[in-house]
Design a protein around this ligand. Structure first.
Ligand code: NCD
Length: 318
């Protein structure tokens, strides 16, 4: 991921670039302890194009841009000329006239890739249908490292909707670059797609698949819970059948490690009971907070303001 490039998929960056993002995010986390604003992006505009609901992703990108001294051009819902039939590449060309960087979420898979065909500014994929959500995965990587203190010798369980969950797809792909064992826990109808499993296999990660959480909970270091993605089901009867198969509650965690981190990209429905929020192992609201630091890092790197770890010192003076 170089200055000026797009972030569409986990395939767009390597392990060194991920490392720079983590380091930069750490720096912003530290700086925000004493400052409200770090003026690295003064004069820059971020367009936020959200054609699907979003709370955390949209607000964290907007908050990140404002805390970096930049401005935002927000678009929500069916209010653009896409509704009149304008193509994604044309829209990409148009936003390039007004913004310096854009983030887009859309229900159609690969729609953000289409927008990029016309765009002259960096574009971040904030979720394209059931495909990918790479910035969430960088938040997840940061959270795993912070909560577990390492990115190796971990057993990470992914639970719930592994078929349609785009955050899970990107996060599995990203974590498979590290020496991590995977446990995929899902209903038979919601298993990880073959294309994502192929990446796990290609990276020679150890993995197992099961539909029994209680058989594996005691060996897991990070339990990544996902919402069953109702909006992606073609058959709502099928959704009804699988929607409450897994519910993590206090009882579920009795046999789990003391050092477990329970993560979730949120929003959560019934899959994590509210009583778990009081457990010190609940890490999902930390993930929300980390979203700000990681997105500040992403915007700064994609706009060429941080190019390497040595460049981080300069941020202290702003
Ligand atoms: C996720 C998404 O939109 O893919 N949410 C998020 O960005 N934090 C997960 C979800 O909606 O279940």
């Amino acid at each position: 991921m170089k200055a000026g490039s797009h972030l569409l998929s986990i395939d767009d960056f390597g392990i060194d670039e991920a490392h720079l993002i983590l380091k930069t995010a750490q720096k912003f986390e530290k700086l925000l302890e004493t400052k409200r604003r770090i003026n690295v992006l003064h004069g820059y505009n971020l367009a936020t194009l959200f054609f699907e609901p979003s709370t955390r992703t949209k607000l964290s990108f907007e908050s990140a841009m404002l805390r970096l001294g930049g401005s935002i051009l927000p678009v929500v819902g069916q209010t653009t000329s896409l509704e009149k039939g304008e193509s994604f590449p044309d829209m990409g060309r148009v936003i390039s006239s007004y913004a310096d960087i854009a983030v887009m979420r859309h229900p159609k898979e690969f729609s953000v890739h289409e927008l990029c065909k016309g765009s002259n500014i960096p574009v971040i994929n904030a979720g394209d249908g059931a495909n990918e959500h790479p910035s969430q995965s960088l938040v997840d990587l940061y959270t795993v490292q912070k909560s577990q203190g390492r990115l190796e010798n971990l057993t990470i369980g992914f639970l719930g909707d592994l078929k349609y969950g785009r955050a899970a797809h990107s996060t599995v792909k990203l974590l498979s670059r590290y020496p991590i064992n995977f446990v995929f826990i899902s209903h038979d109808k919601l298993k990880l797609p073959e294309s994502v499993l192929k990446v796990v296999k290609d990276n020679k990660s150890e993995y197992e698949e099961t539909d029994q959480l209680h058989d594996v909970i005691n060996k897991i270091d990070v339990l990544y819970v996902t919402r069953v993605q109702k909006e992606r089901f073609l058959d709502l009867d099928e959704y009804e059948e699988v929607k409450t198969v897994f519910q993590v509650n206090r009882g579920t965690l009795i046999d789990a490690k003391k050092s477990l981190s329970v993560m979730h990209p949120l929003p959560r429905l019934e899959e994590i009971q509210r009583e778990v929020d009081l457990d010190p192992r609940a890490t999902y609201f930390d993930q929300v907070q980390n979203g700000l630091y990681v997105r500040m890092a992403l915007l700064t790197i994609l706009l060429g303001k941080v190019r390497n770890v040595d460049g981080l010192k300069a941020l202290e003076k702003l």
